[in-house]
Design a protein around this ligand. Sequence first.
Ligand SMILES: Nc1ncnc2c1ncn2[C@@H]1O[C@H](COP(=O)(O)OP(=O)(O)OP(=O)(O)O)[C@@H](O)[C@H]1O
Length: 513
Amino acid sequence: MSATRQATTDGPVGDDRPVVEAVNITKRFGSTLALSEAGIVVRRGETHALVGRNGAGKSTLVSILTGLHAADEGCVAFDGRPAPPLGDRDGWRRQVACVYQKSTIIPTLTVAENLFLNRHARGPGRLIRWSTLRRQAQELLAEWSVDVDVRQPASTLTVEQRQFVEIARALSFGARFIILDEPTAQLDGAGIQRLFTRIRDLRAQGVTFLFISHHLQEIYEICDQVTVFRDARHIVTAPVAELSRPALVAAMTGEDVSMPEAVHRPLSADVPVLLSVRDLVTASGAELSLEARAGEVVGIAGGGGSGKVEVAEAIVGLARPAGGTVTLDGRQLRAGSVPDALAAGVGLVPQDRHREGLVPLLSIAENVTMTVPHRVGRRGLISPARRDALARQTIADLAIKAAGPEVPVSDLSGGNQQKVVMGRALASDPKLLVLITPTAGVDVRSKQTLLGVVDEVRGRGTAVLVVSDELDDLRICDRVLVMFQGRVVREMAHGWSDNDLVAAMEGVDLHHV
Ligand SMILES: Nc1ncnc2c1ncn2[C@@H]1O[C@H](COP(=O)(O)OP(=O)(O)OP(=O)(O)O)[C@@H](O)[C@H]1O
């Protein structure tokens, strides 16, 4: 974009004005330059992708476009008019909303209450009129064809329903510009297609989207325009159809990057079994038995509802199984105990880094060494020098983009936070590494780094479980167990075809139809 045009207040407001125009935006967080004279122009009715590597500045731009942060320099205009003052929350809500990966809905309230929170219809004596509230909520959801019971507690919504409810809420404030921040990250294939159908319908009704995703194929499927940020700067804006995939990746990384061909080194027959999972049954009824040998990488694949995450969480103690045993290197793990699993030599990258992975306000160094106090001190006394040295090593090994080990992880971009979680899992030099959806929200280059770790630790004799529905994650496995509706339905040797694996995850057996 030529970031020279200034937003003006005067002149007629026509429909050709961009829905949003951010010009020459600079934003610093302490010594970090998060955005440097960057900008974006989004036109009415388009679905515009915003892509960039972890830490490129996408979330910072979103926080400025939604009025959560003020830019240090530059200006934002909606429909040709300057953005409202920062404190005018209603003014911002009428222009724009962002649907984040993390819900902004209050789980203990009903859907209706969430939709009309602080806008309650009040009767005489300022009592809330619950019947009116419910009716308004029903009408709103019906208007936007969202099929959800407004009386249900928001905690019972699926990710997909929650996103639709948040979109309807944004529209009800009058916003016709919606930012979707990695909306597909927690959806399965069918859910993604339903979301895309919804986006197309809304676009036809005049809604404009800014779509943030690390899944480049999604951008080609749903977006018209794409803007690339790299290292805090705007690099290019172009019609999606005019930017080839290699050109897009090159714009993101500043170099040509291709996923390395997964090299397969078969294990010799005498390598001992390290992990043995026998007749494991999870609380929701998913079942798994498996053995993994030292240095073996076993994939557990499956779509949403397949039970893959539940079985993995039962193996590592995050969930208490209903039955079965897990034995690591001859030691049976105590069911439902993460500390016992860690003590036995399990390294874990959990699915939800916000809930189980990190303590955001603590530093990188504190997070990385949290589970290995013995490596950074003696008799309960932590040596800051040793702790920082270990953290510096992790920052270097995993190419974490941060000023130093003392930076709080809450200041890191999503992909770099995930690298800290990986660093912590590796700090104990684990016998078994369990990675649950390890590359969700992670850019192409960081994905390479994270998956490269697997190759390295397997060489040291660590057994690895990769629990994922991402083909790139699964390609590095020696074999993949495919789960569907709580059962392993196929085991696929290294070298499977994408079609076969996807079909198996969807519960379709291509060889028997
Ligand atoms: N509140 C903050 N305090 C300090 N630094 C921050 C803060 N928020 C972001 N940063 C820094 O600004 C830079 C841009 O981060 P941002 O979160 O915008 O990247 P991103 O493109 O959204 O990355 P990801 O894809 O990983 O989410 C990073 O170096 C990050 O560490």
